[in-house]
Ligand binder design. Structure first.
Ligand SMILES: Cc1ncc(COP(=O)(O)O)c(C=O)c1O
Length: 485
């Protein structure tokens, strides 16, 4: 293979060279390379806007790349070991929609790991498929949904032999991974393509101590949010194609449909630069990064009695070092801990009933002792000891497979009504119920509601979970199917 200098970032470098020419802009965007600012306070944008360019001569075209964007995408593909890599300017949301639409046909049965992001659910709706949700394992210590096992996948193929695709989320939000190689091999034994939402694993494959990437484990299509764990701009994501089973042309067709015709150059350049950043990290760098994180983890555990750091559990294969989940050992829920930390200027990624998730930087981290002091201060007046409610709850205790009774795209044919959640047992939900974050559905649109769903919602409400679209910040009423028109 042709030598590729992974330390270069051709797209990013070309934008800097273009800027250095001090060009006159008689083209879009209207800010004219950052010369016009609607408010003077927007100076903060100015330097970024100077590379917020468009498809000018020499700057290539994302929708038909043949120059610097092609070079940058090829470098990313070579780095990750994919046949082709596409830059996404609409996040992994766009990547999930593209993966599903380009791999599935209307009416197909598709196996889907239940603890998926809402963009996966939306993709299933748009593709008009028949999803069967596979219930993941639960990590006993953190009580969060993890991944699925090879046995679950084999059982799913035995029960649904006509399945046309398998959609996986790995790692979960908390950095817990499954035995992906085995799961992918099981699907490939049936010639079924595997689509992996690796939104939280753009750094996977960088080397020890981080896990292998889904691409290197044989997945057909993989989406990664570079902006989540790499130094990339929000909405910057990669879509990797690595399949013998799928049609690449169809992927490109949907990318053309779904991506803006004016994709952001700063976002694309940050994808290029983030890949070069990964390539520059040496083994020694990675060991130092890991050592800083491990020291911080130990200090959190040893110096703070109000929390414990979640250690690697049995229901998953690997715990991403960049994710530190702290669990309440006091009377606070995870949501309350998160709010108290914010008062100290410590902003974390998410909270659930019991835990708060911190995402560590993929770089040296030297502020551990300052943060520990701030956390100590934040919790000093809080009584220790867990409430009964916190000890009792186990989320996502559901049947191994869930078929929805009304496919999402047919929901418009039904009359719907709002009823109290407590009265909803045995009705069919006409909405997703998604505590946010982490954006994982407790009830899926079209699913029959059972006792466990209601109980789980109640626990989440009591613990202070926020439900998307629910103004009262707690779901009391739910939209259910009435009768067909
Ligand atoms: C598992 C998972 N997939 C996909 C997404 C969507 O990613 P993005 O924000 O890049 O659109 C998220 C966002 O949080 C996520 O957690």
């Amino acid at each position: 293979m042709e030598f590729m200098d992974q330390l270069r970032a051709p797209l990013y470098e070309a934008l800097l060279q273009f800027k250095a020419k001090k060009p006159y802009s008689f083209h879009v965007p209207g800010h004219k390379n950052g010369m016009i600012l609607p408010y003077k306070e927007l100076e903060v944008y100015q330097s970024l806007l100077s590379i917020d360019l468009t498809e000018l001569t020499g700057l290539d075209d994302l929708h038909d790349p043949s120059g610097i964007i092609q070079d940058a995408q090829q470098l990313a593909a070579a780095y990750y070991g994919a046949k082709h890599t596409y830059f996404l300017v609409g996040g992994s949301t766009l990547g999930n929609l593209t993966m599903i639409l380009s791999s599935c046909n209307e009416g197909d049965t598709v196996l889907v790991q239940r603890n998926c992001h809402k963009s996966v659910i939306n993709g299933l709706t748009l593709a008009k498929v028949k999803p069967v949700f596979i219930t993941p394992q639960i990590d006993k210590e953190s009580r969060v949904a993890t991944g699925i096992t090879v046995d679950m996948v084999k059982a799913a193929f035995a029960k649904y032999p006509d399945a046309k695709a398998l959609i996986i989320t790995n790692p979960n939000y908390y950095g817990m991974t499954m035995n992906l190689t085995a799961v992918i091999e099981a699907a490939h034994d049936y010639e079924i393509p595997v689509l992996v939402d690796e939104a939280h694993g753009a750094h996977f494959g960088v080397g020890e101590p981080f896990p292998a990437s889904a691409v290197s484990q044989g997945a057909d299509l993989v989406v990664q949010s570079a902006h989540k764990t790499l130094p990339a701009m929000t909405m910057a994501s990669y879509l990797h194609f690595n399949s013998k089973l799928l049609n690449r042309g169809r992927v490109e067709t949907f990318l053309n449909v779904l991506q803006s015709s004016s994709p952001s150059y700063p976002i694309m350049a940050s994808l290029d630069a983030a890949r070069a950043y990964l390539a520059k990290l040496t083994n020694d760098d990675l060991l130092e990064i890991d050592s800083d994180i491990q020291s911080f983890r130990s200090a959190l555990n040893q110096q703070l009695s109000h929390i414990k750091v979640i250690e690697k559990g049995k229901s998953y294969t690997f715990l991403d070092p960049l994710k530190i989940t702290i669990q309440s050992q006091c009377t606070l829920t995870g949501f309350e801990m998160q709010r108290i930390l914010e008062r100290q200027g410590i902003y974390t990624e998410l909270a659930d009933s019991h835990n708060v998730l911190m995402i560590m930087p993929l770089a040296r981290f030297k502020d551990g002792s300052i943060i520990i002091e701030k956390i100590k201060h934040a919790f000093e007046k809080i009584p220790l000891g867990m409430s009964e409610q916190k000890q009792g709850s186990v989320p996502f205790e559901l049947e191994p497979f869930t078929e929805i009774e009304i496919p999402h795209h047919k929901m418009d044919n039904y009359e719907v009504t709002f009823i109290l959640l407590k009265d909803a047992e045995n009705t069919i939900s006409a909405q997703d119920v998604i505590p946010y974050p982490p954006g994982i559905p407790v009830i899926i649109n079209g699913e029959r509601i059972n006792k466990h769903h209601i109980q789980l919602c109640r626990e989440l409400i009591e613990a202070g979970a926020r439900f998307q679209g629910d103004a009262e910040n707690g779901i009391t009423r739910i939209k259910v199917v009435n009768t067909p028109h």
